[in-house]
Design a binder for this molecule. Sequence first.
Ligand SMILES: [Zn+2]
Length: 481
Amino acid sequence: MIFNCLVPGMNGMPDDVTIGLETHIQLDTDSKLFCGCPASLSEEPNTHTCPTCLGMPGSKPRTNAAVIEHAVRAALALNCDLNDTIRFSRKTYFYPDMAKNFQITQYEIPVGEDGAITTRLRGQEQTIRIKRLHIEEDPARIVHKGGDIDSSAYTLVDYDRAGIPLLEIVTKPDFSSPAEARAFLQKLTRIMSYLGIYDPRSDLSIKSDANISLEGGERVEVKNITGTKGIENALNYEITRQRNLRKRGQSIERQTRSYSSAQQITTALRSKEAEEEYGYIFEPDLTEVVIDAELRHDAQKNIPELPDEKRRRFQEEYDITAEMVDALITSPAIADVFETLSDEFDDHMIGSFLTKELKKTLNYNEMSFADAAVDHDDLRVLFSYLADDKLTDRNAEELIREMVATGTDPATIIEEDDLLKDEEGLAEYVSSVIEEEQEAVEDYQTGDDDAINYLVGQIMQRSGGKVDPREAREQLEAELD
Ligand SMILES: [Zn+2]
């Protein structure tokens, strides 16, 4: 079912909240937007810089063509209308993170407008309208040493970040709860990582400003919200703050607030500027960029199968649950492994392993699948052992942990760590445990059913996980009943 923003109550929240988002996503490019400096922070601050990104007089920006292509692809994936000709503008303000005293952005003519994407929250679909998508440069990084802006003794500026390309995606005010906003950011970042233009490893590379209003109240902008979980926390706090003001009979003023993720609160920054106060002018050092038919065509051609299409196709083609499909498509790389190996193995067996054991291990190591030195062939070997019943679930987990942590091939780890199932040894483990654990055996035989779990645990421990717990239990029961 598709329903629009006016339908309330999806999260049990009263239907008087209206939220719109402006989200900045850091594009994954080699070089910065208007110069050739690396688009990454370095260990030594202020080393990925040049006269252009330091805003030296006389330096001239030049547009990175890869950024334009990424932005066109993103706009198409978000179903936006493309503008034929785009222009960059100067947004003027005075702050130490902006050496030029202006930021190069797009104001009058963005790359794309009037798009929409579908999000899902607890099985319900929602259409979120995209007002515009444009390119801008990131300002420098400000570090308040030993505290925040009020409490720190001094502040440092790192211009490595100045000029890193960002996409800004502005939604219509289509959210009526923090959970809906979070679902949108999750979907947005998933689409961007499918496009290969966003690195999902760093939650820091997505930042949002949110406009929140309660019915009848003024609009409050909350700036500086990092990540997808952060948006939900920040909005929850701000909505509660506004409701409490109202309960006390106070009015909600139009203002800009800042979110502190450490304290999980918002604090007043200033009364809000209108956009026109930034004094936008077209950037005279840059020519207009034409989005011609060839660029559109190439960008369209480079859009891979996106998450929604993949979900539909997986549901049709594979005999696995909807939950497993959802878990698989969170990573296009893991979905790809599943597709490659599904001809050779049971869909449910490999789907379950990829979405549980593999993902758990990657999360633990804070890695994406691409970071791990594990490929399709390594997983094929692991699945062959599982399919031939040569590996217990416990040792399969042990194996994938080793593979991800060390990059060693599975056959070597199995050999060195002696992980294969010990079929012959099972009877021996069972009889020795029965002999040595007389107390638990007696408990079991006098009606304490839980005692068998202890005995199975003992067998697992003595075998080093090389016997199957289900088989161990069966043998124990056969011996003791
Ligand atoms: Zn530079």
